[in-house]
Design a protein around this ligand. Structure first.
Ligand SMILES: [Zn+2]
Length: 461
């Protein structure tokens, strides 16, 4: 048995993992896009040869962004995933195809079309290529091979994959995982009937202690209230998929504080909110989560323009995408809020190097911020007079949470993927410090084949 991270091992990037099981069976996990500085999108190396199934662990772009390319190269391979993952993938792939087409038309050299809309539709068609997994129940992939998806927290529809081979070996692939409850997502828990021999886990924040999510949410809500009370606007750059949960947290927080200012959502967050609202699978009670009444979707077109002008003339709370200030609807609000000393831009999550969000965090008050031109809008330079603050509303497990979880699962072999070199080293250090019992921890460097049989044999010695 062998495991290879073709992408999304160490270092992070578009995820594409291959597990060569016994008797020539091969399964893949995810096929995501790599996003580099300057918005360039590329594909990880795609597995060659027979693949029996691909498991789509969740709908983030770095996990599903190249599914249509995989589908083109493996036209017979079924894709298994949840319905929410399918719908998020459809939303992100549609958006990415649109952006790529615009870039190609504008003559941008680094824009490349890896697939077309027909490839995307083909790979996401229900009951044909895309097999929906509706519940965390065991099913047979091939005679003797048992598979189960287990809720992984992180984002709506995210799952870990559990596999039992005909010889009884238990393997678990975490996908991206979080143990914290969010308004529409229950944090991952441990299946009472499954302890893997081999655990393949993400370790995005393996080296980090993150603030307690509930405490950080309260700090976030308090800050929003403070800005509203002084009469400013709060602008929150958020990602489509994680934005709705932040909006609900805020909406509940404001209601609890007796504040009736509504939360406005704009850009892709609206679409994701509709997907989450309409889905009842995989969340805590298997029923859809009602969105609070004080969340308002911004309209498009001229109506949207008028509404926006009105909003920006007084205290308001707006969540808009793109989450790293790389274009999108948020740009429509940015000049007014940036130049308002009463306003605030509250950044809920990680900002990659080279992005607008990272630059904004690095600049001092009074400095000039370049808002790049996009679509019909011209670029402009605006001086920063509002507050800018970073919060840590992460949807990945922290180092200590991962360590506790792994310790409880007690695998014989641990393979670490979806991590920086520091994330891996941090997680490994935690185990060395605890040193209750030896655990074989293997880093899955991208492109390197790991022999699971050898690891298991060495462990027995
Ligand atoms: Zn993810």
């Amino acid at each position: 048995m062998k495991f290879t991270a073709l992408g999304g091992g160490i270092p992070l990037g578009g995820s594409h993992h291959i597990l060569n099981l016994e008797e020539g069976r091969r399964v893949a996990f995810d096929c995501g896009a790599i996003q580099s500085q300057g918005g360039k999108i590329s594909a990880p190396p795609i597995a060659e040869g027979n693949i029996d199934a691909l498991f789509a662990t969740h709908g983030h772009f770095d996990h599903v962004g190249m599914l249509p390319l995989f589908g083109k190269m493996h036209p017979e391979t079924p894709i298994y995933g949840t319905e929410v993952t399918r719908r998020f993938a459809s939303m992100l792939l549609g958006d990415s195809l649109k952006i790529t087409r615009k870039k190609i038309e504008a003559g941008e050299k680094n824009a490349q079309a890896y697939f077309n809309i027909a490839d995307a539709i083909r790979v996401l068609t229900r009951h044909e290529r895309y097999k929906q997994v509706l519940r965390p129940e065991w099913f047979e992939l091939k005679p003797g091979w048992k598979i189960r998806f287990w809720p992984a927290g992180h984002i709506n529809g995210a799952v870990s994959s559990q596999i039992i081979t005909p010889k009884g070996l238990k393997i678990m692939h975490s996908g991206d995982i979080s143990f914290t409850n969010m308004p529409t997502i229950k944090g991952a828990d441990i299946a009472p009937d499954f302890r893997p021999d081999v655990l393949i886990t993400e370790a995005t924040y393996g080296d980090r202690d993150l603030p307690n999510r509930a405490a950080e949410e309260q700090r976030f809500v308090n800050r929003v209230i403070e800005v509203l009370r002084r009469g400013g606007q709060v602008l929150i750059p958020a990602f489509g998929i994680t934005g709705p949960n932040i909006a609900i947290t805020l909406a509940r927080g404001l209601t609890a504080a007796g504040i009736d200012t509504p939360i406005h959502i704009d850009g892709m967050i609206r679409k994701a909110a509709r997907i989450i609202y309409g889905s009842s699978e995989w969340n805590a009670e298997n029923k859809s989560v009602p969105f609070p009444d004080n969340i308002i979707c911004m309209p498009d077109g001229r109506e949207g323009y008028i509404h926006r002008q009105r909003l920006l003339s007084g205290p308001a709370v707006i969540l808009a995408s793109h989450g790293m200030l790389e274009g999108g609807k948020i740009m429509e609000y940015l000049p007014t809020v940036l130049s308002n000393p009463l306003g605030a831009i509250l950044i809920p999550g990680y900002q990659a190097e080279g992005t607008g969000g990272r630059k904004l965090l690095e600049l001092e008050r009074g400095a000039n911020f370049l808002i790049p031109g996009f679509e019909r809008r011209k670029g402009e330079v605006v001086s920063i007079y509002c507050d800018v603050e970073r919060f840590y509303l992460s949807s990945h497990a922290s180092g200590p949470e991962l360590a506790n979880w792994i310790e409880e699962l007690d695998p014989k072999v641990l393979i670490v993927v979806h991590a920086t070199a520091e994330g891996f080293a941090g997680l490994k250090r935690r185990f060395q410090e605890r040193a209750k019992r030896p655990l074989m921890i293997i880093p899955a460097f991208n492109g390197e084949e790991i022999s699971i049989d050898e690891c298991l044999a060495r462990r027995r010695v």
